[in-house]
Design a protein around this ligand. Sequence first.
Ligand SMILES: [Zn+2]
Length: 664
Amino acid sequence: MEKSKIKDRVKQLKKEIGFHNRKYYIENRPIISDYEYDQLMSELLDLEKKFPEFATEDSPTQRVGSDLTNQFASIPHIVPMQSLSNAYSFEEIADFINRVEKNLNQKTFDFVIEQKIDGVSINLFYENGILQHALTRGNGSVGEDITQNAKTIIDIPLTINYQKKIEIRGEIYLSHQEFEKLNRQKQENGKSLFANPRNAAAGSIKLKFSKYAAKRHLNAIFYGIGFAENNEFSSHYEILEFLRKQGFMTNSNTKKYKSLAKIKLFCNEWEKKRFDLPFDIDGMVIKVNLLKFQKKLGSTAKSPRWAVAYKFKAEEAITKLKSIEFQVGRTGAITPVAKLESVKIAGSIVSNATLHNEDEIKRLKLKIGDYVKLVKSGDIIPKIIEILSQKRDGSEKNFEMITKCPVCDTKLVRKAEKAIWRCPNISCPAQIKRNLEHFASRDAMNIEGLGISIIAFLVENNFIKNFADLYKFDFNTLKSFDGFEEKSIRNLEKAIEKSKTIPFERLLFGLGIRFVGSKIARILAEHFGSIENLRHSSFDNLIEIPEIGEKIAQSIIEYFNDEKNAHLIDELQKFGLQFEVKKNEMNEQKLAGLKFLITGTLLNYSRSEIKNIILTSGGNVSSAISKKINYLILGENPGSKLKKAEKIKTIKIISEEDLLKMLK
Ligand SMILES: [Zn+2]
């Protein structure tokens, strides 16, 4: 390769890795698997090694990925939190051991081998036996103060016997059981799911309210110390013993070995048994045991030289692609799904893989009947990364994108610049199901008992074709079918009746107009006050509103121009649903006698708007903290009022949403 091309490639890799670092560490929503990420990283490392002139200090290979978000106060670590260098083979472990032996000028000494938990690093600082603060890794030198959330974790002792200043290092994680519970809840509420337990833990530890963090039931395991005022320890093993005695959760699957052969056996053992553990591990950590050796070996800018992480191979499997099926989403988007011969991967049996869209299939050059390599590293849905074209025998069939909806047979449409095909038929049963699920979800009409399976039943039996049918259908009809009890039918009827009182903004959200999420629905409801005003508004009226862009405006206009939608709204109005903001809604004196204080930036309202809401509902707004305050409304980047309010027990700290709930 030419030098200039190599330079470009290095630049591109840095940019790409930087982008994925942000997705992983800040947004907790990685879009590539760890395997793919590691491949980018090792390509960059390789190029930097061969062409040191392109290795710069700001390269992601030289820095710890940062989780800093500015949403929490930052506090420096006394001793920086480094990240470990990775080894992907036992040759690399052998290299590591050789390097250590050479540097220490000595052979045969102890290594401690422990499981590498795939969670979020934490640094606890204790003084006088009391937990002073808990920090994330941050950028390695400075971490974010997540003390309130950390205090809700059962494995973190709030007090210890040891009285001197000490930093304790460990990993926060979410057990498989809690992870599944959390994602089940998210699915029921129509929210997007966490890709894996690590992302869920990272999101949970940074929740703004510790009462919500407490509900996530996080765990923690501790494996080391950073700063220690009295440097009284002589080995890593001794530190683990100390941690246990002080009441910290430590990992019992930890061993001390001298030889590579034993280390290898132990690593292999856990690579096989990893899926039996209640939490995710992504490798093993090998550390030099004696601290005097660790000190002598020192560290690079990014990682210690006395430890290495042996990373397990991303779970791969090879199987046959039987067919490609198509799912229809709420807005008619068609998603291809690979149907595979069942294969075991990462501890579970898999028979589906996502293919995203037509272009992805073409990029992979996939044929039906191909053998494919799947990869899964903690992700929920495995991904096809490679086609084994040498295994083709000529019987494979070319993939052809469908032209009609697999459910309703309507001709699909695709806008030139988009990768997605859509079914344009709003009466498409698949779309009706997804739409009803959205309509009934908690943030919309909150119809309890109207879940995925009953919706499927109602739509497949042609009982319900649109939202209006929910209010017309005689649910007693269900009595003649198996599996419907009198009591659950009555409850469902009640829940549907109750939904008629749901305020306009949530009904508007429930209608499922493209790009109209709950926040936009609230803005529209407030601005227009009623569906009549909204449906007669022009494109120009709409884009005058600061939060409404052309895409949203266009979508709203298209929605109301469709006669079927106009008819649906007319029908729903007859059933008494709330298509106007109630005039007296805000004037009710629901907050009479209550005193509020606001700190930080609010998400949906300006200060003056929220003040107005409180005042017109009979409440009072103060500008300074006092014992007379009942509620502190907490926005982003709160000021000193928060700390002061926390000291007064009678002040309740609430979010903007909590306040709106009080008004409902
Ligand atoms: Zn369709």
